[in-house]
Each structure stands twice: as C-alpha cells, then as structure tokens.
Design a protein around this ligand. Sequence first.
Ligand code: GLN
Length: 496
Amino acid sequence: MSDPLDSARAIAAAVRSGSVSATEVLEAHLAGIAAHGDAIAAFNHVMVDEARAAAAAVDAAVARGDDPGPLAGVPIALKDNLCTRGVPTTCSSKILEGWRPPYDATVVQRVLAAGAVPVGKTNLDEFAMGSSTEHSAFGPTRNPWDLERVPGGSSGGSAAAVAAGFAPIALGSDTGGSIRQPASLCGVVGVKPTYGLVSRYGLVAFASSLDQIGPFATTVSDAADLLGVIAGHDPLDSTSIPDAAADLGPAVAAGRNGDLAGVRVGVIAELDGDGIDADVRAQLDAAARAIEDAGGHVATTSVPAVTYGLSAYYLIAPAEASSNLARYDGVRYGNRVEGATTGEMMDATRTAGFGDEVKRRIMLGTYALSAGYYDAYYGKAQRVRTLMQRDFAEAYASFDVLLAPTAPTVAFPFGAKDDPPTMYLSDVCTIPSNLAGHPAMSVPFGAGQDGLPVGVQVLAPTLGESVMFRVAAALEAAAPLVGRAPHAAPPIGGVR
Ligand code: GLN
C-alpha cells in the first residue's frame, strides 16, 4: 500500500519524488470520471488527450531529473469560462458552442507551467450568471452529496468536480460569490482573492470590475498552493496589482497548529440574523468558538452597507454584463443565425444563442445605464459601493478578519429557487467582498440539515490573504468531521 494521494500536495510530492507517475495519477482520476461523471455532470468537456499529453510531459521531466513544478502531476478542473487554446470554451452558452480560443488564459498557462494536468472544462450557469448551474444551456450539475440538489453556482461544475474526487483542485471565477457559494454547498474550500491579485486575462468577462479567478480545493493548504501559482502581476491585465505575491505557507502552518494568538475576528451582525437558516447559524457560532479556543479574539461588529450590497450588485453587474456581452454578435464568435440584414442576423443570433437569465441581465443592465436612469440606478449603486468600502474600512480598524456565513442555506433542491429574486438572495453574504474588491474564502465547517455541508466565510481587507488563510486553516483543523460526499469517486489511495 502506498500513502493515500488524497490532496494536491500529496500527489505533487509523490510525483516529484518519482514514487508515482503523473500518468498513473491521471488514469486513476479518469477512471473515477468514467464511473461517476455522468451522474454528477460536472464537465462540459473532458480533456482526455490534452491531459494525457500534459501528464506524459511531467513524467518525462521527472525522468530527466528536471523539476516539473509545485503542482507536478496534479489533476485540475477548469471552469468553462477560462480560455484554453484549441479546446472548446463555451461559458455553458449556446452562443459560444464550437468556439475554440486561440490562446490560454494566464491562469491556465500558469498552472500548466507548474506541472498541473488539466482534466476538463467544468459546467457553470451561462456566462457565470446564477447560483445553482440551473442556468447552464447544457443542463445542471448535480451535488455529489445529494443528486437531487444543486451544487451551487455559478462555478458549480468546479465545486462538484472537487467534491466528487474528479480532481483535487479546480479553478473558478467569482463575481458575486460564484466560487465561495458552490464551495460551501459542496463541502470544499473556495477562495476569492483580492481584486487584481490574479490575472483576468483569458477569463470571459461577465462584470469586469467584480470578476476574479480563484481556487477550489479539499484542503486549505492546497488552496494556498494553487493561489501561490496563479497569483502575481500580469501585464496583459491592466487591473493586475504590481508586486503582489502570495506566499501563504507560514500563515497556513500557524493556523493548522491552532495558533490564532492576537488575531481579532469580527462576526458581521447584519449577516447573522434573519434570512440565514438556523443550522447555518449554529455552525457559524461553533466556528466562532473554535477561533476563541485557538486564542483568537471574537466579537460582533457592524458593516451597515452590506444590507444594500445585493441591490447595488444587481445594477452594477448587469450594467457591465450588458456592455461585455455586446461582443456576441454572430460575427466574431461561435454561433450565427442568418438574417436578411446584418441587424436581423444579430437579433436572430442573440435571440437563439442566449438563455433567459442572460437576456434578463442584458435588459436590466441596458436599462440601468440608459441616459434618463443612469444617475438614479447605476450612479447610486456606485455610491453604495463607496459606502461599502468605507464601512468595511471602519470594521477593519478594529478587526483583522471578519466572519460570516458563506450561503444562507445548505444545498437546495433543483427548482426550489425558480424566481430570480429568491435565487439572487443566495449571494447576500458573498457579494459585499466583490463590491469592495476584498478577498474572502469559504471553509467547510460541519453539517446542517440532512447532513449536508455548511461553509463558513472568512473575509479580509485588500491583500489580507495571509491572515485570512491563517484563520481558515485554524477553522479547518477544528471543523467537525463530515466525511466524503456519498456520490464521490473512491479515493485514489493505492495507485500502485
Ligand atoms: N450568483 C451571482 C450572479 O448570479 C454571482 C455570480 C458570479 O459570481 N459569477 O450574478
């Protein structure tokens, strides 16, 4: 029996030392996908050929005595809104069906250069608009904890792929919660980094001032390692922060040792009341006690503007989306439906190509930006954004990190939130960090109703990843054990 290869770290160490090959690791994961993939529907496309070639290249590097990198031989799942050269990138929209990008997103380049093996492109709500993957044009992904429930969204495919053991790590994007909320619902770790820490080059744009790419993993230290690989300045993204690096190793080690001495943690009062399920609140309380046991100081604090976060987000995000999605005109990308004139062709293409939720956002955004309403809606929403930053700054004058639920509920059944405002409420706890540009992450902490996983959210100020990961690692170390998702592939322990 070899050691269990149950984390990205364990796999990379084993591959680098030559005790297992990247190809063996990959084939074990592909077997898991073959056996359980259809039930979960996490992938739009499994990259069998590309993955085998990448694994063979890692094995050749090891054979030559070269270091293949910190993610050597680690299978990774990629959200299908990240450009992959020559590989379909659909955003789970019919309008992009058949489009193959001519380049890799910067994050894709970086994980490949670090030795990771890309196993597939994961399902999402169309153009990342949603909280359940039910808005995917290709059908929903199922939650590995309960096949009758959603995995969350929009990065539901990435979260489910990690929870199901199809890959130990994945990348997603988070505009209003799309990494953290599905991580919470699937019982995995999910991180939205500081805006600008990770390059957005090659991420298909939804709302550019809010979008950020980040990791999914089964452990806090795997998430830290992956963030270390993808973070850093990129001249191809004008909003990329210069000189921002993320060595989170020492912070994670301190947290794992249960050392939160001197760390001040504020529980956001506005997100710990009405609208949050009792079972989620109970785990939040338990998490606060675990932080105190580790020597942290916990108190309740107020961030009044979070109450307006949802309203501001649903003006700003659709406004930016209405502009970003203007490029799908039947000429430059993917599908085209012919028409008698250019205008009719564009109309027909967009009518057939976009789903209802995307159309709803484009109409909302166009309205919010129209001359007569700009000040009343878009302008006011931007002022709320400033208020949000001010209120967070006030809280961070007294606290190092803030604590809140990630999502108001555990995973919900398909169809349970079929009117838009009810679905939008899924993101009430995550949206404030996007509006502020701050980092935040979800850590699994115990179970709620029906034994389904609950996530606790750690929020930090701009570039506060280090203390955020320290608290997250301490929470992970103290979290009640909930085990593995019942519909996951078996662990790939004794590969040989
Ligand atoms: N669920 C939110 C929305 O529908 C957030 C999506 C995201 O973060 N991409 O807009």
